[in-house]
Ligand binder design. Structure first.
Ligand code: HEM
Length: 396
């Protein structure tokens, strides 16, 4: 069975995932204690089947884990109806396509500011880091702006988020677990203070809006508000950073696709963004637990058993995508499930698409043809797949 933590697998998981799909039905996987649904149809069904729920398993109830636990069990992502529907409808207002489109000028402004800095660094050193200087700060700044998170403290977001999401990997170490507990406490208490401050001095941001709802009492309590804000701040950047980084590296390693992108970056932006997410997914594995016995792809999943949808594998399924192992930036249609499916479908999909469809062509417009300056450094994780550092240059 696949070792999801093996460096070779993390380096390139796609051949092993193909073999898994060829087995035809979801397979039991001892290492994760779940069935793995690797094919497109089965993975989509896992996300849509209402006898499978996102049930958060609390870490050993103790005062140390308390905050980490409620940050999850009171969040949209880790709850099920009716609580899920109530929390989701409260934030959907801020994430409807019209509202997101109105952020376009701000995304353009932030993109320009970051590119000015990247150009300066490139002029001085001959290279810049596509992740640290561009792909990462962009969604962090946008989501911070949307929620009204203070600019001076934006640098806290990525480290807190990374400490928390390490717990989603296959076998977090003791250090990872300690860091996740600490980051949860610090992050939650920061957002709590912010909520109190916005109750006194409301602004036009989402935290102020939610603080108002919490004040009115019926629809949202304080833990749910904090958990929702922490989730949005984390989910609002984590996958976007890696989706952009994975897609750009794949393009920089493919001379033909790079030439096509360089020739028409604005015309290709929308299809390229979806292909980035399909070709090398930033999020690979999402678990569900059976709330009653159910069937996925002919395999019976008994009440209490777990099954995971493998999104990155589903998006390479040869039964759905022509030449699935080929990067094709003009692929259309592209019915990938990189943003999930069913009731937990990604709330931030329109925002992520807007950010990437602006930042990708603007990058090419500024730098012309980029290339890798050094071998990119991959993070040693499968569930959240991405690069640590990607140094690039436009010099010969
Ligand atoms: C390329 C970027 C992104 C990708 C690939 C992505 C992917 C996903 C996926 C696959 C899910 C479903 C998880 C499941 O079914 O268990 C999800 C849920 C979610 N995403 Fe995203 N996401 C991205 C960006 C964003 C952004 C920018 C935001 C916020 C502003 C966001 C907020 C959320 C939230 C709140 C949920 C939970 C929805 C629910 O449970 O109803 N995501 N995302």
């Amino acid at each position: 069975m696949i070792d999801l933590t093996a460096p070779d697998f993390i380096d390139n998981p796609y051949p092993a995932l193909k073999l898994l799909r060829e087995k035809g039905a979801p397979q039991w996987h001892e290492q994760t204690g779940t069935f793995l649904a690797a094919g497109f149809k089965d993975a989509s069904q896992v996300l849509r089947n209402r006898d499978l729920g996102r049930i958060f398993e609390e870490n050993a109830p103790s005062s140390e884990w308390e905050t980490f636990n409620w940050l999850h069990s009171d969040s949209i992502l880790d709850s099920e109806p009716p609580k899920h529907s109530r929390l989701r409808s409260l934030v959907m207002k801020a994430f409807n396509p019209k509202k997101i489109e109105s952020l376009r000028p701000d995304v353009e402004r932030i993109t320009k500011e970051l590119l000015d800095e990247a150009v300066k660094k490139h002029n001085e050193t001959g290279q810049f880091d596509l992740i640290g200087d561009y792909a990462e700060p962009l969604p962090v700044k946008v989501i911070a702006f949307l929620l009204g998170f203070p600019v001076a403290d934006e640098h806290l977001l990525r480290p807190w988020s990374q400490s928390i999401v390490k717990m989603y990997e296959v076998s977090p170490s003791d250090t990872d677990r300690d860091e996740a507990k600490l980051a949860s406490i610090q992050f939650a208490s920061y957002v709590h203070e912010l909520m109190l401050e916005r109750k006194k001095n409301p602004g036009t941001d989402l935290i102020s809006e939610l603080a108002q709802v919490e004040e009115e009492g019926e629809k949202l309590n304080a833990h749910e508000l904090i958990a929702t804000c922490v989730l949005l701040l984390n989910a609002g950047h984590e996958a976007s950073v890696n989706g952009f980084g994975n897609g750009m590296v794949a393009t920089l390693q493919d001379a033909e696709q790079l030439a096509i992108l360089n020739a028409d970056p604005f015309g290709l932006a929308d299809t390229a963004v979806d292909e980035f997410l399909r070709f090398d997914a930033p999020l690979h594995l999402f678990e569900r637990t059976a709330t009653k016995d159910t069937d996925i792809g002919g395999v019976e999943i008994l009440e209490g058993q777990k099954i995971a949808a493998l999104l990155g594998s589903a998006n390479r399924d040869e039964r759905v995508f022509k030449d699935p192992d080929k990067l094709d930036l003009s692929r259309n249609p592209n019915p990938h499930i990189g943003f999930g499916a069913g009731i937990h479908f990604c709330i931030g999909a329109p925002l992520a698409r807007l950010e990437m469809a602006i930042s990708l062509p603007r990058l090419i417009e500024r730098f012309g043809s980029l290339k890798l300056a050094e071998t990119p450094v991959r993070r040693q994780s499968f569930v959240l797949r991405g690069y640590e550092q990607v140094l690039v240059t436009n010099r010969p």
